[in-house]
Design a protein around this ligand. Structure first.
Ligand code: PEP
Ligand code: MG
Length: 587
């Protein structure tokens, strides 16, 4: 069914890369290959096995040549996304399982491959962690490529698309995204995908507006239809009427104006009107995000989440692989500081050598530093890689999910052990490397004064702190109204943490999402945070408010905010402050 004639048909998906794009849609056929499973004679089995082998080899050759082309055009930077797919083609499970099905069941190669895919998808769908679950899409993309080779179905490369269009596809692979020429493809929409799929990560890194997870949009729009996509809200409007068109055009111009104006702040210092400095840093998970945080004026990295390196694989990354990943980020950011967080995953979140089996209550289970302290060899490998990277730039280490002094001491003892080994082997590292604790568990807040004596800095992870302080699962959409960053308990916790840090003479940093909310800046400044680390686009927005405040007025706002009994009252008070003081700010 096509809805070309319906004006203003609105679709809601997941906005994964900010920005508004308005243009004609170009539907790109990324539809599934229709597979017919047929029985084959015993004598034909070797032939089917050979077909599988050849189709896999062809897929590998295609991906390798794509990799070369992209490297020539864009450089090496994003190629590991393609490497992931190449690795999957080498995966023994994919070939082994499929060959076994052909032999045992006596069916054709494409039928067997489809069955393997089905099995793998079932396996992935049972995984709780969103990032890992979405890796199922990688397997599917790779299998589709192999199937296309078997049935001889060609796919139009994104690089040949002409005109200025918004690409619509069932799904787009990282290789597709890397072929996008931004002067011709101004945005994309897909049926499939989620916030952490590789394609979405790349869209954010390359700053291409995108909405994914639209489920059936490719079947519901016509090639050439006019569409508006809002990469922030996830709205897609098909065949907009004049009024909607004008409204979005205005919004788009405003967004671009704001981006342009805010980017002018990039090189200006993050300093208040009365000369107080707050260090504004960026949060990253991948090297790809570094250019964007630099462009938006990050003074360093306040949170490098290392867990992404550990996902989507059967075995743990070794020391060299980790070292290379950390060094790449450290060199790219030099001479600024990179704050590397040690592994923050839990039993059910990762299906690798670290898997500890099912837990009744994973959020309260063997996660983060608890896991590292139980898997000391893996922990030491990571620490060695981080310490070695510290010889090549300014690095800080911090530990996630610290609940007490014992854990900090135990983790620091492992750091000392690794340092001693490196010293003995004459491997260079920064002897003065700073060690921090994430404050994201209420017990850590309550004993912040005791913890402050053990570390060089605190970094508050508000995403978890709010969840644990209020007993509200951060991923439960039914509880989102109870997930209140401005809850008096949260604000008092933040005050306790900052005060304890300063009494001990160490820095109080924040790297949870709360740090990137411009509206909260007066309170965070008033509480006395020394460093705020956030996503790229928030940096200039927060800086804009910071540069227009005085520390003194922020302290007054904070003192007043702390007197309210509910989050709603704090919120409306803050809104009145923002309206009175910053109504002409860019948002
Ligand atoms: C946090 O909890 O606020 C945080 C920064 O860590 P993560 O979101 O990775 O748990
Ligand atoms: Mg956390």
């Amino acid at each position: 069914m096509v809805s070309a004639k319906i004006e203003n048909k609105v679709w809601h998906g997941i906005g994964v890369s900010s920005g508004i794009a308005i243009g004609q849609v170009k539907i790109t056929d990324r539809s599934r290959v229709a597979v017919v499973e047929t029985s084959v004679e015993k004598s034909e089995i070797p032939f089917e096995l050979e077909r599988l082998k050849k189709a896999m080899a062809k897929a590998k050759a295609e991906l390798s040549s794509l990799k070369e082309n992209i490297a020539a055009k864009r450089g090496e930077e994003h190629l590991h996304h393609i490497d992931t797919h190449l690795m999957l083609l080498d995966d023994t499970m994919l070939v082994g399982e499929t060959s076994a099905i052909i032999e045992k069941e006596g069916i054709n190669a494409e039928g067997a491959l489809k069955r393997t895919l089905h099995k793998l998808k079932e396996f992935f769908s049972g995984i709780e962690d969103e990032y890992l679950r979405e890796r199922s899409a990688d397997v599917e993309t790779v299998v589709e490529r192999v199937l296309r080779n078997m049935v001889g179905k060609k796919q139009e490369p994104i690089s040949t698309i002409d005109g200025k269009v918004i690409v619509a596809a069932h799904d787009l692979s990282p290789a597709d995204i890397l072929q996008i020429d931004k002067s011709r493809v101004i945005g994309f929409i897909t049926d499939m995908g989620g916030k952490t799929s590789h394609s979405s990560i790349l869209a954010r890194a390359l700053e291409i507006p995108a909405v994914v997870g639209l489920e059936r949009i490719t079947g519901g729009i016509e090639d050439g239809a006019t569409v508006i996509i809002d990469g922030a809200t996830g709205a897609v409007i098909c065949n907009p009427d004049q009024e909607t068109f004008r409204e979005y055009l205005k919004r788009k111009q405003h967004y671009e104006y704001v981006e342009r104006e805010l980017l002018k702040l990039t090189d200006l210092p993050a300093v208040t009107l009365d000369g107080h400095t707050v260090s504004l840093k960026g949060n990253v998970e991948f090297i790809e995000e570094v250019p964007s945080i630099k462009k938006h004026g990050a003074e360093g990295i306040g949170l490098y989440r290392t867990e992404m390196l550990f996902f989507n694989r059967a075995s743990l990354p070794g020391e060299e692989e980790q070292f290379n990943a950390y060094v790449a980020v450290v060199k790219e950011m030099a001479p600024s500081t990179v704050t590397i967080r040690t592994l923050d995953v839990g039993g059910d979140k990762i299906h690798t050598d670290l898997n500890l089996g099912d837990e009744m209550n994973p959020a309260l289970g063997v996660r983060a530093i608890r896991l590292s302290l139980r898997q000391q060899e893996a922990f030491k490998t990571q620490l060695r890689a981080i310490l070695r990277a510290s010889a090549l730039g300014k690095v800080r280490i911090f530990f996630p999910m610290i609940s007490g002094v014992g854990e900090v001491r135990a983790a620091k003892a492992v750091v000392e052990e690794v340092k001693a080994e490196l010293r003995a082997a004459a491997v260079p590292f920064d002897e003065q490397i700073e060690i921090g604790a994430m404050i994201e568990i209420p017990s850590a807040v309550i004993i912040a004064d005791l913890l402050a004596r053990e570390v060089d800095f605190f970094s508050v992870g508000t995403n978890d702190l709010i969840q644990y302080a209020l007993a509200v699962d951060r991923t439960n959409e039914h509880l989102s109204s109870l997930y209140e960053p401005l809850h008096p308990a949260v604000l008092r916790s933040l005050k306790m943490v900052v005060d304890a840090a300063h009494a001990a003479g160490i820095d109080a940093c924040m790297c949870g999402e709360m740090a990137g909310e411009p509206e909260y800046l007066p309170i965070l400044l008033g509480l006395g945070f020394d460093e705020l680390s956030m996503n790229a686009v928030s940096i200039p927005r927060v800086k804009n408010i910071l540069r227009r405040c005085t520390r003194k007025e922020a302290e007054e706002v904070t003192a007043h905010a702390l007197t309210f009994p509910t989050a709603q009252e704090v919120e409306s008070y803050l809104q009145s402050v923002i309206a009175a003081r910053f109504s002409d700010s860019f948002d």
